[in-house]
Design a protein around this ligand. Structure first.
Ligand code: IVH
Length: 676
């Protein structure tokens, strides 16, 4: 009975629970290597909560139960930083980085390559966190560099921020600095939730992180899934023996349980810095958070001290920025593209602008509801974003710059391609052309989809060719492709014999396909690659799929009532049945899926990264799937193998961290051979 236990025992019990919970929090949020299940963790957490509720005298401010809910004091009060929070000078080109390095050499009067610590430049909010005797006592924003705002109540809710430091040699007073940020997925989820609730949408993860820290109610901040990476020292008491190298200080922070980016790296000279920049630029898109560049810091602290500061930035560091990923430009027009299923997509025609390393002149506005919600109009100045290799996006309009006399976009009454009526069903974001395959745009896209790389993979059947074949009436449905001859194609304008031969070969080659690809290529509404694969895996051959009723279809993973109804409707159409029959008569074929016993990799999960030499990633994926394996995009402790080709991304590092077995190409091919 707890009531009989002495208070000392209870204190010990609470301490032990806190120690365990802190340890698991650290493993989960900082090391990202959890060692117990979520359920076990919840159990420990609930035990501590129960104990503290029964004995409030046991509560301590650093208890993991007190992240949210501790009394909010001093929210947003001004905080004078012990040491100013500086900013960084920027470099936008290799030349500017070279000049930075040269200036340093001159000032220090030394020769030979310098050691730099390279880090990612996170796009978040700079914060200062103060620990006294290892306990988090205060956190603040950067503000103007001298004075920031107190945000302790909100910083405490971030699980990767320790309330209490771990390890040895913890200075009496320690102020660390870092960047609080919101991951890309968390940002998207937040905006999705806001959209559902009719709340404000954030234009980018940085604004969202900043808004999340400016909340009076810490439960709101807690719900945002913020994270932190720590990267430098602010003030410190003189009982601390500062390591000589900045990179060693990063390690020290890690020992104290602070979250430090695993991407930091020590390099030699400008060359090392630029190699780091190129590496990061390549993997930038794959990172789960936004970075807008990298930072080079002279690694030697003595050198840093000698170099000092100019105005508000250190001479010993520079941020090498990636090409700007957001720019302003003008919306010259908004027109509508008609997709394969008749969906009208509003597209902004922009005054060309260089953004994120490419010139952008068109950007999709996704759908009418979104265009209305963002209120984007012809004549508006808009923010255009292009991050990494992703499709350019119109973030929003700059309302202050809106000229007089603009109008919200209106729904066209008729299809801009075929003139058929346009409908927008109540409650749906999309407007649709009702023209069906009468609409040239829909017909054309269905051919392009059929021929696309992940469908039937017919090389050379691009837009121009499909236009030409449609205009000359050589094709009217997909089965007609397999009736084409070299002679017919060679007669077309601007078509040589060689290209005719190539196209016919590609078409012939495509006849040998897989059931999943074939299903996907048919363009059944809402049947994407994953659903097609699930259908193929479940039914093993085409006939049962064509004959399945809605109920049977719903036993397939990820197929709900709506998609099931669409599949049934598609196969019930006599013209679709006819086309499928024709395709098969003309030689389109596949091997029915092997049965479970022949799927030795069932239950195994693979992640592919980097470039393989002897097969494409798609081919590798298909071979694995045919053997029953699952292929996913992100590495977790549950991943069975990571297959790493040339130039692997951050997934390899993650695999190493999580001790997931890594196969190089040779080992991978051996594995395939051994089980095939
Ligand atoms: S070092 C004196 N390292 O960028 C050193 N800053 O433009 C100053 N930032 O206010 C900071 N990632 O919020 C440093 N790895 C990194 C960083 C980084 C992002 C932010 C930081 C700073 C701003 C300067």
């Amino acid at each position: 009975m707890t009531s009989k236990k002495s208070i000392d025992d209870l204190v010990k019990q609470a301490e032990e629970l806190r120690r365990e919970i802190d340890e698991h929090n650290y493993r989960y949020y900082v090391l990202e290597e959890p060692s117990i299940s979520d359920a076990e963790f919840d159990r420990l957490f609930r035990n501590l909560q129960t104990l503290e509720e029964a004995h409030p005298e046991l509560l301590t401010p650093d208890s993991p139960t007190q992240r949210v809910g501790a009394a909010v004091i001093g929210a947003f009060a001004p905080v004078n930083h012990y040491v100013p929070m500086l900013s960084l000078n920027n470099a936008f080109s290799e030349e500017e980085v070279q000049a930075f390095d040269q200036r340093i050499h001159q000032r220090l009067g030394i020769e030979g390559p310098l050691e730099y610590c390279c880090e990612t430049k996170l796009d978040g909010v700079a914060v200062s966190i103060v620990y006294e005797e290892g306990l988090l006592i205060r956190a603040a924003t950067r503000g103007d560099g001298r004075t920031g705002e107190e945000i302790t109540h909100n910083i405490r809710t971030i699980p990767s921020v320790p309330l209490k430091l771990r390890g040895k040699n913890i200075p009496k007073l320690l102020e660390i600095r870092g960047e609080v940020y919101l991951g890309k997925a968390e940002f998207a989820a937040l905006n999705e939730r806001s959209l559902e609730r009719g709340e404000k949408i954030f234009v980018n993860p940085r604004n969202a992180a900043s808004g999340s820290l400016r909340q009076l109610d810490p439960t709101i901040t807690a719900s945002r899934n913020l994270k932190i990476y720590c990267f430098s020292l602010g003030a410190v008491s003189d009982d601390f023996d500062m390591p000589e190298r900045h990179s060693d200080f990063l390690l020290k922070m890690k020992e104290w349980g602070l979250r430090v980016s695993p991407l930091a790296d020590v390099v030699k000279g400008v060359e090392g810095c630029l190699a780091y920049y190129n590496k990061l630029q390549k993997i930038r898109g794959e990172l789960p958070y936004e970075i807008d560049g990298v930072v080079y810091k002279v690694n030697n602290r003595n050198y840093q001290q000698d170099l000092g500061f100019v105005s508000r930035a250190p001479r010993w560091a520079v941020a090498h920025k990636f090409p700007a990923s957001e720019e302003l430009t003008l919306v010259q027009d908004i027109d509508f593209q008609v997709g394969r299923t008749g969906t009208l997509t509003p597209t902004a025609r922009l005054k060309p602008v260089f953004v994120g390393g490419a010139t952008v002149s068109n950007a999709t506005l996704h759908n009418l509801d979104e265009t209305w919600r963002k209120d984007i109009r012809v004549g508006d100045t808009v923010i255009v974003r292009r991050a990494g290799d992703v499709i350019p996006e119109v973030v929003g309009a700059v309302i202050e710059k809106r000229p007089k006399g603009t109008h919200p976009v209106s729904l066209p009454k008729t299809c801009p391609v075929c003139g058929s009526e346009v409908i927008k069903p109540e409650g749906e974001a999309y407007a649709k052309c009702t023209g069906g395959l009468y609409c040239h745009a829909q017909l054309k896209s269905s051919f392009l989809h059929f021929a696309s790389r992940r469908a039937m993979d017919i090389e050379g059947l691009g837009e121009r060719m499909v236009d030409l074949l449609l205009e000359t009436n050589l094709i009217s449905d997909i089965s007609d492709l397999y009736c084409l001859t070299e002679a017919k194609i060679a007669e077309l304008p601007r078509m040589g014999e060689k290209s005719a031969e190539n196209l016919i070969n590609a078409i012939a080659h495509s006849k040998d396909t897989t059931l999943a690809r074939f299903l996907y290529s048919l363009g059944i509404p809402n049947v994407g690659e994953a659903t097609a694969l699930n259908l193929a895996m479940h039914f093993k051959s085409l006939e049962p799929i064509m004959n399945a009723d809605e109920e049977t279809l719903q036993s397939v993973p990820d197929i709900g009532p709506i998609v099931a109804a669409q599949i049934v409707a598609f196969f019930r159409q006599p013209c679709n049945q006819e086309i499928i029959q024709k395709l098969r008569d003309l030689g389109v074929h596949w091997q029915d899926i092997v049965t479970e016993e022949n799927q030795p990799l069932t239950d195994q999960t693979f992640v592919l990264t980097g470039t393989l030499q002897s097969l494409t990633r798609d081919e590798a994926r298909e071979r694995l799937q045919a053997l029953g394996a699952k292929v996913t995009n992100s590495v977790s402790a549950k991943t069975s193998y990571v297959v790493a080709g040339v130039d692997p991304g951050s997934k390899l590092e993650k695999a190493e961290k999580l001790n997931v077995p890594i196969l190089d190409e040779e080992a991978f091919l051996k594995l395939l051979d051994s089980v095939s």
